[in-house]
Design a protein around this ligand. Structure first.
Ligand code: GAP
Length: 568
C-alpha cells in the first residue's frame, strides 16, 4: 500500500493506493481517499495499514471503496468550488500563471510595489483600452489627456494635498498589529482583526517627495492622484478641443501614495494606476442624459447612521426618491456599473455607499463609492466625488491665472466638477479576475472565464498531431496570419488535452487546431473555452470570425459547422 498525492487546482489531495490484479491485469487501485491534510492523511493511512481486512479485499470490495471515495472527493471539490478565492490565493494564482509578481522579488520585493508579467500586462492594457473606448472614444462630450507624473509642486499646495492628505498610523493595543486609518476615523475605529482599541502612532502625509534637478534641486512630488493635471490643463483642453458645457476630461496613468500599510495583494499599493474623469458643468446645469434602470444595493449615509441594511433598487428610483441627490451622480454611477457588467461582472457583487459627513475628502461636498464584495469584505472599488468649484478656484488663487471659460449662453463661467468617477486599475484587475475564476470539476482544471476582449491571449493555435508536416505547416500559417491582428500564441508542447487545460487556466477564449481534415478542406477547428464545444471554419474566414467571436457579435454555434471530438 502506498500514499499518493494528487494536485487539483493548486490543492493537494491524498489517496491510499495498492497494486491489485483486476480481470487478470495488475492495476493501482485506490483503497481510500485520505483527505486534503497531509498529517491527517498519513495518520489515516497508518490506521488502514494496521487493518488486515483492507489487505485482503476482494475485487468487488475494492471497487465499492473506490466508488465511495470518488464521491467523497467530488464533495470535497464541490465544497472547494463554492469557496471564494481569498486575496492571498489570488496572489498565488497570479504569480504562478504570469499575471503579477512582487516587484524585484529576487531582492525580497518592496512592500506596495508590484510587477506585471507577460499575461498581466496584456490584461492591464485590455482593461485600459476598454475603459478608454467606453469613456473617451465613444463619447462626444469627453476629451482625453496624459499629464506628467512629476509637476510643479505648487499644484499640490493649491490642491490641499500638502496640508490635508494625511493618514493616521495606529497600533492595536490588543493584537499589536499596525495599520492606517483615515484621519476622520481616529478615536472611532476599532481593530478589524480583534476589535481592540487603537493607539495613534502618528500622522503621515501620503505624497512621495522627490528631488528634481542636480545642482539646486527643487522638492517636488510624485502625483498623488491623476486628477490635478486635468484641473491645471483645464483651460487649454477646453479651448483646443473646443468643448462646451457639460463635458468631461479623462485621464489614466500612474499615481503614488506612501501608504502606511500597503496590503491585500494589489488592492492597496504605493504605486498604482488611476482611470479618472472630471466632469464639468455650468453651476446647477441639469443632466440631459437618461439615468439607467440598473438595479444595485444602496447604502446612503442616512441608512448607515440608522444602522439599516442596504436596499436594492433601480438607480433611477434612488434618484427619484432623493436618496441620490444629484442627477449627474446617479447618471455616472449607472454608467460605471454598466461598464463592469458589460464586461461580464455579476451585479450582485456590487453596491453603492455614500460617505458619512466626516469621511469625505477635503475637496468633496458629496461622495459615493462603488463597492465590490472582495474576499476581504465590501471595499471601495471606485469613488464618485462632487468636487464643486473647489479645485479650479484653488488653482486660480495659487496661480493667479483666470480659469473661467466662455460659454456661448452663459458668458464667463467657472464650471463645477459635479462628479469625478475615479477608478483604480489594480482594483478593477482583481474584480475581473475574481469574476472569471472558476474551477471546472469535470475538466479538473481552472477555467478563467474572462470576457474575450479582456483575455490576455485571444487564441492558441496548434496542430493536433506534431508528426504530420502538412498539419504543422498549416497551423504555423494560421498563427502567422493571425498574429498581425490579435494577441495569439503557437502552442505545441504536451498533449492536446494539456494544451487545452493550460489555455483554459490563462483565459484564452479560443483554441484553433489543424488536423487531416483541415488539409483536405482548408479549414480549422475552433474550441470554445467556456463550453469545450468545437466548430469548423474555413481558413479564409478565420480572422473575421475570430473578431466577431471576441466581440460577442455572433453566437459560437452559429459561427461554423459543429464538430464532435474526443478531446474536449
Ligand atoms: N481623484 C480622486 C481620488 O484619487 P481616491 O478615493 O483617493 O480618490 C480613487 O482614489 C480610486 O483610486 C480608489 O477608488 C481606488 O480604486 C484607487 N486607489 C486609491 N488608493 C489606492 C491604492 N493605494 N492602491 C490601489 N488603488 C488605489
Amino acid at each position: 500500500m502506498f500514499v499518493v498525492k494528487k494536485n487539483i487546482n493548486g490543492r493537494d489531495y491524498y489517496y491510499l493506493r495498492k497494486s491489485a490484479r483486476i480481470n487478470g491485469k495488475v492495476k493501482a487501485i485506490t483503497l481510500a481517499y485520505l483527505g486534503s491534510n497531509r498529517k491527517l492523511a498519513l495518520e489515516k493511512a497508518k490506521d488502514f495499514k494496521e487493518k488486515p481486512s483492507v489487505m485482503k479485499m476482494t475485487d468487488d470490495k475494492s471497487r465499492e471503496i473506490v466508488e465511495k471515495e470518488k464521491k467523497a472527493e467530488k464533495t470535497e471539490i464541490s465544497e472547494f468550488e463554492k469557496h471564494m478565492l481569498s486575496i492571498d490565493e489570488l496572489a498565488v494564482f497570479c504569480k504562478r500563471k504570469g499575471f503579477v509578481y512582487p516587484s524585484a522579488e529576487i531582492y525580497g520585493g518592496l512592500a506596495g510595489f508590484w510587477d506585471f508579467g507577460h499575461l498581466g500586462v496584456e490584461l492591464k492594457n485590455n482593461i485600459k483600452s476598454e475603459w478608454w473606448n467606453y469613456h473617451v472614444r465613444k463619447r462626444e462630450d469627453m476629451a482625453g489627456i496624459d499629464g506628467a507624473i512629476i509637476t510643479n509642486p505648487k499644484v499640490w499646495e493649491a490642491s490641499g494635498h500638502i496640508s490635508t492628505f494625511f493618514d493616521v498610523a495606529v497600533k492595536c493595543r490588543k493584537c499589536k498589529s499596525t495599520t492606517k486609518i483615515d484621519a476622520s476615523a481616529a478615536g472611532k475605529e476599532k481593530c478589524e482583526k480583534c476589535g481592540g482599541e487603537f493607539e495613534v502612532l502618528g500622522k503621515f502625509n501620503q505624497l512621495f517627495p522627490v528631488k528634481v534637478g542636480a545642482l539646486n534641486p527643487v522638492e517636488a512630488y510624485l502625483r498623488g492622484e491623476t486628477a490635478q493635471l486635468i484641473f491645471t490643463n483645464f483651460r487649454l483642453v477646453q479651448e483646443n478641443a473646443r468643448m462646451s458645457l457639460p463635458f468631461g476630461i479623462a485621464q489614466m496613468g500612474k499615481a503614488f501614495r506612501n501608504e502606511i500599510s500597503p496590503r491585500e495583494f494589489i488592492f492597496r499599493c504605493r504605486e498604482f494606476e488611476q482611470m479618472e474623469i472630471e466632469y464639468f458643468i455650468a453651476p446647477a446645469q441639469p443632466c440631459p442624459y437618461k439615468v439607467g434602470d440598473t438595479e444595485i444595493s444602496i447604502l446612503s449615509a442616512d441608512m448607515q447612521l440608522k444602522n439599516e441594511e442596504p436596499a436594492k433598487m433601480k438607480i433611477s428610483e434612488a434618484l427619484k426618491a432623493g436618496i441620490i441627490k444629484r442627477d449627474w451622480h446617479a447618471y455616472w454611477i449607472e454608467q460605471e456599473l454598466s461598464w463592469f457588467l458589460s464586461l461580464g461582472a455579476s451585479p450582485d457583487n456590487f453596491r453603492i455607499r455614500q460617505h458619512l459627513p466626516d469621511e469625505k475628502s477635503h475637496y468633496s461636498t458629496d461622495t459615493w463609492d462603488l463597492e465590490y464584495k472582495f474576499p476581504m469584505g465590501w471595499r471601495e472599488l471606485q469613488g464618485f466625488a462632487d468636487r464643486s468649484t473647489y479645485d479650479l478656484s484653488q488653482h486660480q488663487k495659487f496661480s493667479g491665472k483666470n480659469l473661467e471659460m466662455t460659454d456661448s449662453k452663459l458668458g464667463k463661467v467657472l464650471p463645477e466638477v459635479v462628479c469625478e468617477p475615479s477608478l483604480g486599475l489594480e482594483r478593477a484587475f482583481i474584480v475581473f479576475l475574481l469574476e472569471a475564476y472558476h474551477y471546472d470539476t469535470s475538466r479538473q482544471n481552472i477555467v478563467l472565464k474572462l470576457h474575450p476582449r479582456l483575455s490576455p491571449l485571444k487564441a492558441a493555435v496548434f496542430p493536433i498531431v506534431k508528426t504530420d508536416e502538412a498539419v504543422v505547416n498549416l497551423a504555423r500559417y494560421i498563427y502567422d496570419s493571425l498574429k498581425e491582428d490579435f494577441s495569439v500564441i503557437y502552442d505545441d508542447s504536451g498533449s492536446v488535452g494539456r494544451r487545452y487545460a493550460r489555455n483554459d487556466e490563462t483565459a484564452t477564449p479560443f483554441c484553433i487546431t489543424t488536423d487531416d481534415e483541415s488539409i483536405k478542406n482548408n479549414d480549422a477547428t475552433i474550441r470554445n473555452r467556456d463550453t469545450t464545444e468545437q466548430i469548423r471554419v474555413k481558413i479564409s474566414n478565420l480572422k473575421d470570425i475570430l473578431r466577431k467571436l471576441i466581440n460577442k457579435e455572433i453566437a459560437f454555434e452559429k459561427a461554423g459547422r459543429p464538430v464532435n471530438t474526443r478531446i474536449k
